[in-house]
Design a protein around this ligand. Structure first.
Ligand code: M6R
Length: 367
């Protein structure tokens, strides 16, 4: 059932070109120039008039939510807040019937997320679900939603469900932007075309980086700490990369917005501290380059995710992993893949149980 792979996690990483495509199938209609999502269309007025959107989730799904915030605010200009379900439910949140709550959950059974949604529902919010498991408790509680069609995810570390969540959030953001008139028709069409090309690019990233990432993993298998940095759309990617590493390899890893480095974490940097920097040639490029220089001057080792053919970063880092050039909206999907592989390879080399890490459950049904 592992389809010839050693672990479900590796199989699921490799399934991503297909799971992203399955999630976009029937929705992303490039020829017709539309994104068809009944859940959004049926409640269009609600979405367009929403004072704000609150995204509620846990773990990896919360990281997807953060990227959703950047996408929806940037493209559709609707204010978004992203909340940990466990914090939201216990802090007497302000919520009204003019709010839209988007719940993100692979399993659809996460106890804190479910309880937070019940609370929001009681207060009159409209609840939209992004779940992977059909007919799960969260899916049943929502007023409307869009399933991710990632297929069953068995590995405890979420991989293909995460990129499928990003695909749904991207489609929602682009669709809302079109209906709100916050992007031009030309931009809408070019985003559609580019999004359609993402599964093939994910496939290319897996093919081009798999062996290289294994070699990088060999170099770092024995370190005790890792730092992950990114800016803008790639700040949540850094958080997610760090979570993947810590949960399956048991190496302490922290994700940070790159600019926050000088507010504390920079004190940790020395020759024993590898730093993964997501440094594509998009917005904030120059700033991320100067962050890398700051790490270098403290002898930190930088592993960078860079845009193909960008030699500037390549020349100043220990290892550079290339991803194809895409608009910044789509970088998180591509950049996440080598980070999943890195966590996977290091965990395998450390001889731990990759699919079933200690102390963790696939769905967290107790708070
Ligand atoms: O099923 P959910 O998406 O609601 O699960 C949320 C988290 O428990 C989950 O993402 C967890 O953080 C994963 N193990 C991360 O890989």
């Amino acid at each position: 059932e592992k389809g010839g792979y050693d672990h479900f996690m590796l199989k699921e990483i490799h399934e991503q070109p297909k799971s992203i495509m399955d999630t976009m199938r029937g929705r992303l209609l490039v020829e017709k120039g539309i994104i068809q999502m009944a859940g959004i269309w049926d409640y269009q007025e609600k979405f367009l008039n929403a004072k704000r959107i609150i995204i509620i989730s846990c773990g990896t799904s919360w990281h997807a939510g953060l990227i959703g915030e950047y996408l929806i605010e940037d493209l559709a200009r609707i204010p978004v807040e992203v909340e940990y379900a466990s914090e939201f439910r216990y802090r007497n949140p302000i919520i009204t019937d003019e709010d839209i709550v988007i719940a993100i959950s692979q399993s659809g059974e996460t106890a804190d997320t479910l309880a937070a949604l019940k609370l929001a529902k009681e207060k009159g919010a409209f609840i939209y679900g992004i779940c992977n498991v059909v007919d799960s408790s969260i899916a049943r509680l929502t007023d409307a939603g869009s399933y991710t069609h990632a297929g069953p995810e068995i590995g405890v570390a979420s991989t293909k469900a995460f990129t499928a969540q990003l695909a749904v959030l991207t489609m929602i953001a682009i669709k809302l932007a079109k209906h709100k008139g916050t992007i031009s028709k030309e931009k809408f069409n070019s985003l559609l075309t580019e999004l359609e090309s993402i599964p093939v690019k994910v496939e290319q990233v897996i093919k081009d980086t798999e062996e290289q990432v294994k070699k990088i993993a060999e170099l770092y298998v024995n370190v005790n700490n890792f730092l992950y940095l990114g800016r803008g759309y790639n700040y949540p990617v850094a958080l997610e990369g760090a979570l993947k590493l810590k949960e399956i390899s048991y190496i302490h890893a922290e994700g940070y917005p790159a600019a926050e480095m000088k507010h504390g974490p920079i004190a940790l940097i020395d020759e024993n501290m590898p730093v993964v920097v997501i440094a594509p040639k998009t917005t904030h490029y120059d700033k991320i380059v100067s962050n890398i220089q700051e790490i270098n001057s403290r002898k930190g080792k930088v592993i960078a995710i860079v845009t193909q053919e960008d030699s500037q970063v390549k020349n100043i880092v220990s290892q550079a992993i290339e991803i194809p050039a895409v608009s910044e909206y789509f970088v998180p999907i591509l950049a996440s893949v080598p980070l999943q592989l890195l966590a996977y390879d290091i965990a395998v080399m450390r001889g731990v149980n990759v699919d079933q890490p200690r102390n963790l459950a696939k769905s967290v049904t107790v708070e």
